[in-house]
Design a protein around this ligand. Structure first.
Ligand SMILES: *Cc1c(COP(=O)(O)O)cnc(C)c1O
Length: 423
């Protein structure tokens, strides 16, 4: 086995270190497989129940009227997320777009948006208008209020109670940690927060940013009271095959507004050609539970390997996981660069590229990224990102297969070792 790793550039010492660490991971790997098996059956049953057929794989052009493949896929998503309806479209360009769409479609001038879980994902700062931006919700008369988490990532119940008022219309809850230091919330924890919010204000709409969270648990936030769950198809639910797109699953009236916002008032869900994406959307969704399991195993392995070397990792290898993100505090820009060079060097595409820090649309700090992916920017594929700020924390995610994830992580460590920065 080591021969193949040696060809990749991994030394025997690094390989053996990985094998030793793997022996401690039987428990977490078994739990990951159990979740994957459950979710595989959930998706399979939804496809059978909704009569997915060969002709659904054909796409539409032009207006996209009567695209039964598109419409059936949206029923499959709604079935899996246990929601009334869903919008799953290649015209939704990314996760940020899907989140913007869900909020902009369901908020009017004078309404207030509430984040009860602290600052949202970096790219949403401009969507909301926390950082001034053309076309932001703020520019359209929608105010924003945020209640920060208490130490230990606890919900600030008193602060939330005080923040919910007459104008509060929609609450946005981010499930995954994103690029922040906080923990990822489980669907059960999110459910507890939603119950509290709905007791304060029964007609409050609750949206969950589900990016990176899909299929990591037996339940989704929509099983725990969320009115809408929102995510990107070049993350978990696209299974690595979707070439673009986003989804919103939720209550019918909310989804209708999203569809009319995506197209135009008077149009809506009937419009929007699927072009050629139906097969990859279906097949990617079908594979997603297994792909997510591989990504989770890779994350657990990275956590265990780097923890064994004395680095602070989050979550720990034995902790439960509600997204696919692994954070490792590398404590220097050199280590961050070496780590990313290893992930890039083990990529099936663009392995020869050397990642460099640069400015990114929507992000305040410079970011270094490693992504040698089949789909540009796909982070269900093996990838690593780190903003250039203390503590030089790398966020590692993805891996279309566990074995690719393992190879990438071993090569990342090799790059640190080669530069004299670890072992
Ligand atoms: C990735 C992500 C987004 C934004 O998605 P893009 O597809 O990059 O626009 C939003 N929220 C969270 C938690 C994410 O992980």
């Amino acid at each position: 086995m080591w021969e193949e790793y040696r060809t990749l550039g991994v030394s025997e010492a690094v390989y053996e270190r990985g094998e030793a660490v793997l022996k401690t991971l039987a428990g977490p790997f078994r739990r990951i497989d159990e979740v994957a098996e459950h979710n595989q059956l959930k998706v399979l049953n939804a496809m059978i129940r909704n009569g997915v057929a060969e002709y659904h794989m054909h796409g539409s052009t032009g207006y996209g009227h009567d695209d039964q493949g598109r419409d059936t896929l949206e029923r499959v998503y709604a079935d899996v997320f246990h929601t009334e309806d869903a919008l799953v479209r290649p015209q939704i360009t990314c996760g940020t777009h899907a989140l913007y769409l869900a909020m902009a479609a369901n908020l009017k001038a004078g309404d207030e948006l509430l984040s009860p879980v602290g600052a949202p994902y970096d790219t949403l700062e401009e969507v909301i208008g926390i950082r001034p931006s053309v076309g932001s919700l703020a520019e359209n008369g929608i105010t924003y209020r945020q209640v920060d988490l208490l130490p230990g990532d606890r919900f600030d119940w008193d602060g939330i109670r005080a923040a919910v008022g007459e104008k509060t219309k929609l609450a946005t809850i981010q499930r995954s940690r994103g690029y922040s230091a906080r923990k990822t919330f489980s669907p059960a924890e999110i459910g507890e927060l939603i119950r509290f919010l709905k007791e304060l204000k029964p007609d409050l709409t609750v949206m969950v940013d589900n990016c990176y969270g899909e299929f990591t648990d037996l339940k989704e936030p929509s099983d725990c009271g969320a009115d809408m769950v929102v995510g990107s198809l070049i993350k978990n639910p696209g299974g690595g095959l979707a070439p673009s797109g986003g989804y919103i699953a939720g209550r019918k009236d909310l989804i209708e507004r999203c569809a009319k916002r995506l197209t135009a008032p008077g149009l809506g869900k009937d419009m929007g050609a699927s072009l050629g994406v139906n097969p990859s959307f279906y097949q990617g969704f079908f594979l997603a539970p297994t792909v997510v399991a591989g990504a989770k195993k890779s994350a657990v392995f990275a956590a265990a390997l780097y923890e064994s070397l004395g680095f602070k990792v989050s979550p720990g290898p034995q902790e439960p996981r509600y997204d696919i993100i692994q954070a490792i505090d590398l404590l220097s820009p050199e280590r961050l660069a070496a780590f990313c060079a290893g992930i890039q060097g083990a990529a099936p595409v663009d392995s020869f590229v050397r990642p460099e820090a640069s400015d990114m649309d929507g992000y305040a700090d410079k970011v270094i990224m490693a992504a040698g992916t089949f789909v540009q920017g796909s982070s269900i594929e093996l990838s690593a990102d780190g903003p250039l700020r203390e503590p030089y924390r790398v966020f590692f995610q993805g891996g279309l297969s566990w074995f690719h994830g393992k190879a990438g992580i071993l090569l990342s460590l090799q790059k640190l070792v080669d530069a004299g920065l670890a072992l």
